[in-house]
Design a protein around this ligand. Structure first.
Ligand code: PLP
Length: 388
């Protein structure tokens, strides 16, 4: 199936809604049955039937078909956030007494789920440096049931060799989840490497317009049915039909947005890598990335999230740099049409000193490259760096 067919047509049954080119938002909580026999059939297989929008909704179904096809998955489920999709995937996969292995620097709320919430349910987690597959093997216990990956992660972009981790996990009967939000299905396909479940914060590139919070979980039909009957229906963190419709609209331009982001990011990368006021640059395709060979093998293209380490030991200089940016909006999140800057020091109280040698020094500023002209972004960075 070609990419533009998936983005433009897959799942859209235009003949059933007057040929409308944009699909209707089926804003209904319930779906009526013509007979008791048909209603009974609905109850027998709620996963497949339209009965209640907490289970199925036709507008959400269009989105599910598209994202499943993008990921090469049999099916997928849509959630009200990426965090809800990750939580559902994890809760469907573990029981009291089980053990989880996760990469050392996952998305912060993935870490909270595993480190702070799951112990209350009798599930423990070990965090490992995922850049070496041997670390996963060392961390496994007889009761390990799940490995949680995020490749690349979203601050310093460490990657895991997905095929190698998947092989190890399968040989031990352990399920794998990979957060693929950074790469998007266009640049990385975890399922083709043998990963069982793929999580997306669709808030980021899949939607791309900074107007929806959403999550997707992709995998086999069997696991999706298991998730549906478990955390999907019981937690009820579903995506509304209206938000699904906005996401379908966002997806129309996914390929052109990612192309533009990749070409602009290459130019911004070259600029920041050469700038004397920047100590280090983190991006999968940064020249200094020790995992560059893995990036070239495992990622088919570039995303627009990169982190710069400003060459300063003063928080006030980081603050001056950020305040001077005119075209980068200062905020959390990423993956939209607009360029953003996220200073790590904003997460901490102002009197915390810069930690020069820690893995995450407070001189880090993460940039999300949007759809602006590359010269505009480079000029903006240049004048802000002059404020250091
Ligand atoms: C934002 C993000 C999430 C969480 O997604 P929400 O849609 O904000 O709930 C998960 N993983 C990564 C890598 C993210 O950047």
């Amino acid at each position: 199936m070609d990419l533009s067919y998936i983005l433009n047509h897959l799942g859209e049954e235009r003949g059933t809604y007057h040929g409308a080119v944009a699909p209707p938002i089926v804003q209904s909580s319930i779906f009526a049955f013509p007979s008791v026999a048909e209603m009974r059939r609905g109850f027998a297989d709620e996963f497949a039937e339209h009965m209640y929008t907490r289970g199925n909704n036709p507008t959400v179904a269009i989105l599910r078909k598209k994202v499943a096809a993008l990921e090469g998955a049999e099916d997928c489920l849509a959630f009200s956030s990426g965090a809800a999709a990750m939580s559902a995937a994890v809760f469907a996969s573990v029981r009291a007494g089980d053990h989880v292995v996760c990469v050392a620097q996952p998305y912060s709320w993935t870490r909270s789920l595993l480190r702070d919430l799951l112990p209350g349910f009798g599930v423990s987690t070990g965090f490992v440096d995922g850049t070496d597959v041997a670390n996963f093997e060392d961390a496994l216990k007889p009761e390990t049931r799940l490995i949680v990956l995020e490749s690349p992660n979203s601050m310093t972009f460490e990657q895991q060799d997905l095929s190698a981790v998947a092989r190890l996990a399968r040989s031990r009967g352990i399920r794998t989840i990979c957060d693929n939000s950074f790469a998007t299905p266009l640049n990385q396909s975890p399922i083709s490497h043998g990963i069982d479940l793929v999580v997306h914060s669709a808030t980021k590139y899949l939607n791309g317009h900074s107007d929806v919070v959403a999550g997707m979980l992709c995998g086999s039909d069997a696991i999706m049915r298991e998730v549906f009957k478990g955390p999907y229906m019981t937690f009820g963190a579903i995506l509304s039909p209206h938000d699904a419709w906005l996401l379908i609209r966002g997806l129309r331009t996914l390929a052109v947005r990612m192309e533009r982001v990749a070409s602009t990011t290459a130019r911004v990368l070259a600029f920041v890598e050469a700038h004397p006021a920047i100590r280090a640059v983190f991006h999968p395709h940064a020249v200094a990335n020790p995992q560059l060979a893995l990036s070239q093998r495992q990622l088919s293209g570039s995303s627009g999230l990169l982190t710069i380490d400003l060459a300063t030991s003063e928080i006030s200089a980081v603050e001056r740099f950020c305040a001077a940016l005119k075209r980068f909006l200062m905020t959390v999140s990423w993956g939209g049409y607009e360029s953003l800057a996220f200073p790590l020091c904003a997460v901490f109280p102002p009197d915390v000193p810069i930690r020069p040698s820690a893995a995450l020094p407070l001189s880090l500023v993460r940039l999300s490259i949007g759809l602006e002209e590359p010269e505009v972004l480079i000029a903006d960075l240049d004048q802000a760096l002059a404020q250091l």
